[in-house]
Write a protein that binds this ligand. Structure first.
Ligand code: SAM
Length: 451
């Protein structure tokens, strides 16, 4: 059992003093306030969403939704209609700064935020319980919304990734951790760090059920495509040695056998084993190619097709992501919304790549709903609109963003502005006729009035 005692200053006066009972089996994280936080996920929600016509674009047949209000209440509402319906969730929650409450939900927002002049000479001991209590019920509800083959991507930094993993292990089950992406978010050095300059962040990925999560894939790079230089009547291909290279494992007996060369001589396995068994070799004989090396010895290859099954080959993504940085995210937002001030918006390309890893449904009639309930300036909405535009997919976004906090940047309006701008840019690229009932270039906005 891991008990963090992460509430350094003791439990919040309005929360229980005892820790919650452990879930059965496994390692778990506990903190004062956990039971109350869990119960928030179960609380019934009575509010009703109201259409905001003036913030919608072609609402009559809009597939995409923008929901304004507190995400805990909206998730509870979504549970009524969308339980087990969402294909993918991407979230970028407020990171745990340990002290600042500025982003947190209404309950925490009512607490006084320390003014800079009140700051003690030594920073107060970090208290992680408010952040944990904030995120926990939202993650519980997120799981309830996911389809059986659904997946959640959570952006997080180094300071909270360990806590987040414990929460997600508890809620989703450790076996459903599909992997963690390390995002190289900046390449410049920056100042103010005496020990390590943080250049990376994480995107933690959990399946609702790993058995049903279909394999991720992404397009080959142009360099990879250029490797398919050979060609026959079945199209371009490249050669891959059949001999399996280096591993310390002992060879599997069914993968070690001699192969007959075109001249009738026998080729012994040159490494510790082949990649294919003898049975596979016999059934896929026409995919083999024999060539002689410089020493005049036979080498066995398999032909890897650029278009297996008629579709351009794709590859499995790797866990290191360095295609775009936070600077790209800021530049992109400023271009779409001149004068926008928002710290470190995520680049739409990052989210486009993550969501693009998911295969489109085999049945085109099946909905692909993508939810972001910490939408901020809405790079996720941009990502979905652009993905649909590029591949003709019918993904539908659901953005959830809270109403603005007085005296702070109106993030909600930045999100709408970004979406409207992207809609108009995509509209200019192609005068896009609605595809049946699906009009990628339209969305509806609803607001959940305050309690
Ligand atoms: C880290 S930002 C997300 C930024 C976003 N990915 C982007 O690139 O623009 C977290 C966002 O969640 C919003 N937020 C925080 N608490 C919320 C709540 N309880 N309900 C809805 N939105 C909330 C904040 O206003 C903020 O815009």
């Amino acid at each position: 059992m891991v008990s963090t005692g992460c509430s350094g200053r003791g439990p919040h006066p309005r929360e229980e003093k005892t820790l919650s009972p452990p879930p059965s089996g496994g390692v778990f994280l506990d903190w004062p306030g956990k039971s109350r936080a869990r119960s928030l996920a179960e609380k019934p929600e009575k509010g009703l969403l109201e259409l905001v016509a003036e913030k919608s674009v072609n609402p009559e047949r809009a597939p995409h939704l923008f929901l304004e209000g507190d995400n805990l209440r909206i998730l509870r509402l979504l549970k009524k209609e969308y339980a087990r319906s969402i294909s993918a969730i991407y979230i970028d929650p407020p990171y745990n700064t340990g002290t600042s409450m500025a982003y947190f939900d209404r309950y925490y927002r009512r607490q006084s935020t320390p003014r800079l002049s009140d700051a003690p000479a030594t920073p107060p001991r970090r208290d992680d319980s408010p952040w944990l209590s904030f995120i926990y019920p939202r993650l519980i509800l997120a799981r309830k919304l996911l389809r059986e083959d659904g997946v959640i991507f959570v952006s997080i930094d180094d300071r909270a990734v360990h806590h987040l993993r414990y929460l997600l292990d508890e809620i989703f089950g450790p076996e459903n951790h599909a992997g963690t992406v390390v995002w190289r978010k900046k390449v410049v050095r920056g100042r103010g760090h005496r020990h390590l300059i943080p250049q990376t962040e994480y995107i933690v990925v959990y399946a609702r059920s790993i058995r049903f999560l279909r394999p991720f894939s992404e397009p080959l790079s142009p360099e990879m495509i250029s490797e398919y230089r050979l060609s026959d009547d079945r199209g371009p291909y490249k050669l891959i040695p059949l001999a399996k290279s280096g591993t310390a494992h002992s060879p599997r007996p069914n993968l070690v056998y001699p192969i007959e060369a075109p001249d009738g001589t026998m080729i012994p396995c040159p490494t510790h084993q082949w990649r294919w068994s003898q049975q596979t070799l016999l059934s896929r004989k026409d995919e083999l190619e024999f060539r002689k090396n410089r020493r005049g010895e036979w080498v066995v290859y398999t032909r890897q097709r650029l278009y297996p099954d008629g579709q351009l080959r794709r590859k499995t993504p790797v866990s290191l992501y360095d295609r775009v940085s936070t600077t790209d995210g800021t530049r992109e937002l400023k271009k779409l919304c001149p004068g926008a001030v928002f710290d470190f918006p995520k680049p739409a390309r990052l989210i486009r790549d993550l969501i693009g890893w998911l295969p489109l449904p085999e049945d085109p009639g099946q909905e692909t709903l993508v939810l972001d309930f910490f939408a901020g300036t809405c790079p996720s909405a941009q990502a979905i609109l652009e993905l649909n535009h590029a591949d003709g997919g019918h993904r539908k976004f659901i953005m959830v963003q809270d109403t603005p906090v007085e005296g702070r940047t109106n993030i909600l309006e930045l999100g709408h502005q970004r979406i409207r701008r992207v809609l108009s840019l995509l509209g200019e690229l192609t005068p896009h006729p609605p595809d049946g009932d699906f009009d990628n270039l339209s969305y509806r906005t609803f607001r959940l009035p305050d309690d």
